[in-house]
Design a protein around this ligand. Structure first.
Ligand SMILES: O=C(O)[C@H](CS(=O)(=O)O)OP(=O)(O)O
Ligand SMILES: [Mg+2]
Length: 236
């Protein structure tokens, strides 16, 4: 039986052998929620990058550039890290390619590339991610982007939700991290948005935009797609 394990922060990835496994990279607030939304809105592909300057350089190739630092859109870029950036009629994204850099999410993606398949998870595409995992029939590691190397609630709760969906066909009892994620999800799921109000991310970004973003990012199964890493790009 395949197993589901949870890497609670990218800092712990050295303890995991991702070879032969599916890595589900998750950054609920907000990078992977934005990536899922962008591809659902018709973006052709997304290049996740670590540095602002390498992201900015993609503009000369016709890419839209998206960059976030300290929770805000970095100056001189087309987009920040809000999913609503891809739902804005004033900036049509259909058919466009996007280069993106964020504090945690794009880093977690870059650090997960040893896996057999690297896919992007969010509450917005939870069921689609579970279906993908079932089809693969390989061990799964949920890579939580966390915050600057630390554990966070929102990514861990997602891991618990995925564990609930995949049990009992996947072993979701093999690590304490998975058990803890599953238990947190049990607490969170009656009111996911309310539960995450106590999270450090929401306290950190206590602005109107961030509140609106959080309400969107906790919607379940808004999109039926799975972004997957192919040749340096995220595509569907
Ligand atoms: O833009 C976000 O929501 C966060 C900002 S912060 O580092 O958590 O303050 O970036 P992300 O890479 O999506 O976690
Ligand atoms: Mg985050």
């Amino acid at each position: 039986m395949p197993s589901l394990d949870v890497c609670l922060t990218p800092e712990l990835l050295s303890l995991f052998d991702l070879r032969g496994r599916v890595a589900v990279v998750v950054d609920i607030l907000r990078a992977t929620s934005s990536i899922v939304t962008a591809l659902a809105a018709g973006v052709s592909h997304i290049v996740p990058l670590s540095e602002l300057e390498e992201c900015r350089a993609y503009a000369s190739q016709g890419y839209l550039t998206a960059a976030e630092r300290d929770g805000r859109q970095a100056p001189g870029f087309d987009l920040g890290n809000s999913p609503f950036g891809y739902l804005n009629e004033a900036l049509p994204v259909r058919g466009r390619a996007v280069a993106i850099t964020t504090t945690n999410g794009t880093r977690a993606l870059q650090l997960s590339l040893a896996a057999d398949a690297v896919i992007v998870g969010a509450f917005l595409n939870l069921n689609a991610v579970a279906d993908f995992a079932r089809q693969q029939q390989k061990d799964v590691v949920v890579v939580c982007a966390g915050w600057k190397g630390n554990f966070n609630l929102e990514d861990t709760v997602f891991a618990g939700a995925l564990a609930e969906l995949l049990a009992p066909d996947f072993d979701v009892t093999s690590s304490d991290a998975t058990l803890a994620a599953h238990q947190l999800w049990q607490q969170a799921k009656p009111d996911l948005g309310g539960y995450l109000l106590q999270s450090s991310h929401v306290r950190r970004l206590n602005s109107l935009e961030a509140n609106k973003d959080m309400d969107f990012c906790v919607r379940l199964n808004e999109y039926n797609l799975v972004p997957i890493w192919r040749n340096g790009q995220l595509v569907i």
